[in-house]
Ligand binder design. Structure first.
Ligand code: HEC
Length: 442
């Protein structure tokens, strides 16, 4: 089910394009006036691609030299044109987000013109100005929690993915009472195999259950897909995906934690490119004694679905939709600010949307993903946090493709569709929005 549509479909295209390209581009006068690698393309690639496409990154090849970029130029151009690279799933019409990694229309046009012109190198001695990348990041590290030792992902050719949860207790000298997490980042130990990391919070009353899950399996940690497992549905702290530098939470806000609690760190390993290699990842957090507003990461979905009712995805159907809306101020006890949005489905998911249906009937899009890819889920910080007031409704909507063509392969054979509903397993489905919210006005 990994979607590599263009690589599979267009593997032979670059040769074709190059063969059709005609005369040597660097010999034509046009090449001098049009975009060149060193002056125009390298700044774009450095800013938008190299965080993953470097020798130690999650991407299968680097894009750090002229030769590397030139080699995949036409395929890269198609990936850019189809919105597949850089991976940035949110629909641009829906809302604006901090640290948007997508290319501007002008950057896309420059890349396309460069490929069209035959990918001239230009003059390495006169490089173009670097493009500013919006730097978010964790401003201070008060606690770093690392896996006890390196872990070797347990994967097979059929299942190059493993989801493993590690229980990492907070040190009691730093978290010796009620404290607040005010910033977060995950540090992948081996970026070649770490696809993403999600940190959950297990309170003092939940810790024993997670330690039992850990003890019940060989090796460090335990298998967990989608969430952290266990009965308590631990709250989310934050997530990391390739290219992420971490972040401080919105000023004045933080997530409450207690002495005797732990982080459950879920690491999604993907060994398809690098093969199985050991990893020792960690999470780092900024901790404060007080905050003005206690925030939460709210997992909002239809409680009925979680009970197993009403989210049936019949076998064979290509577009199944389920939606749910409710007044979230009833849960939070009044007006609140919504800072970030993320949506979560599993492998049959095809699209989703989170929105506010305002008391006056207006529709405000928070996050819309038109082509869901489980591998590229993320959390998106709204450029303008939004106020939610009594009478407003929060709506989550998910679509699934359960057609025969969209089924996983096992042992090289595509499985027949089966009717699916809510659950935490790889073969089950979910539809939840996660929102970082804090009570009151901004
Ligand atoms: C967040 C990480 C990330 C960023 C940023 C990123 N890529 Fe990728 N890229 C990947 C990964 C991982 C793959 C391997 C395929 C996959 O998992 O989707 C890939 C695959 C590719 C491929 C091969 C796709 C195919 O059809 O075979 C091309 C070409 C590519 N990237 C170009 C780019 C370009 C150009 C940029 C910047 C404009 C970029 N990528 C930015 C992670 C990234």
């Amino acid at each position: 089910m990994r979607s590599l549509p263009l690589r599979a479909a267009l593997g032979s295209v670059p040769l074709l394009l190059v063969a059709c390209g005609g005369d040597s581009p660097s010999a034509t006068p046009d090449a001098v006036s049009g975009p060149t690698y060193y002056q125009d393309v390298k700044p774009i690639v450095d800013a938008k691609c190299v965080s993953c496409h470097n020798p130690d990154g999650i991407a299968p090849f680097g894009l750090t030299t002229y030769a590397e970029v030139e080699e995949v130029g036409p395929v890269a151009q198609l990936n850019i044109e189809h919105g597949l690279m850089p991976p940035w799933p949110p629909n641009a019409e829906c809302n604006e987000y901090v640290a948007d990694r997508s290319l501007t229309e002008a950057q896309k046009a420059t890349f396309a013109a460069w490929v069209e012109a035959g990918m001239p190198a230009g003059d390495p001695a006169a490089p173009g100005d670097p493009i500013d990348v919006e730097q978010v990041g964790l401003s201070r590290v008060d606690v770093a929690l690392e896996m006890p030792q390196a872990y070797m992902p347990q994967t097979t050719a059929d299942y190059p993915d493993e989801y493993r949860c590690f229980v990492l207790p907070f040190p009691t000298d730093v978290v010796d009472g009620t404290k607040y997490i005010t910033g977060f980042r995950a540090v992948p130990g081996n970026p070649k195999v770490v696809h993403h990391v999600i940190a959950f919070y297990a309170g003092p009353g939940q810790l024993a259950e997670y330690q039992q899950l850990d003890a019940a399996e060989d090796g460090d940690g335990y298998t967990c897909f989608g969430a952290a497992g266990g009965s308590g549905r631990p709250a989310m702290i934050g997530g990391w995906a390739p290219g992420g530098l971490g972040y401080d939470f919105p000023t004045g806000t933080g997530l409450e934690i207690e002495a005797g609690s732990a982080v459950i760190m879920q690491v999604h390993y993907n060994v398809i490119e690098a093969g199985a290699e050991p990893d020792r990842s960690s999470v780092e957090m900024k901790i404060d004694d007080t905050v003005e507003r206690v925030a939460q990461v709210q997992p909002w979905t239809n409680p009925q679905w979680v009970e197993g009712n009403g989210m049936t995805i019949p076998a064979g159907e290509a577009d199944v939709m389920h939606a749910f809306e409710f007044d979230p101020t009833l849960v939070l006890g009044g007006e609140f600010t919504l800072f970030t949005a993320s949506m979560h489905q599993h492998n049959l998911g095809s699209a989703n949307r989170a929105s506010l249906v305002r008391a006056d009937g207006g529709d405000e899009c928070l996050l819309q993903i038109d082509d869901w890819n489980f591998h590229w889920q993320g959390s998106y910080a709204l450029r303008q946090p939004t106020q939610v007031r009594p009478g407003d409704k929060l709506r989550v909507e998910c679509h699934w493709d359960n057609s025969p063509q969209n089924q996983p392969s096992v042992g090289g054979e595509q499985m027949p569709p089966r009717t699916v509903s809510w659950g935490e397993g790889t073969g089950d489905e979910m539809c939840i929005g996660f929102f970082y919210v804090a009570p009151g006005a901004p």
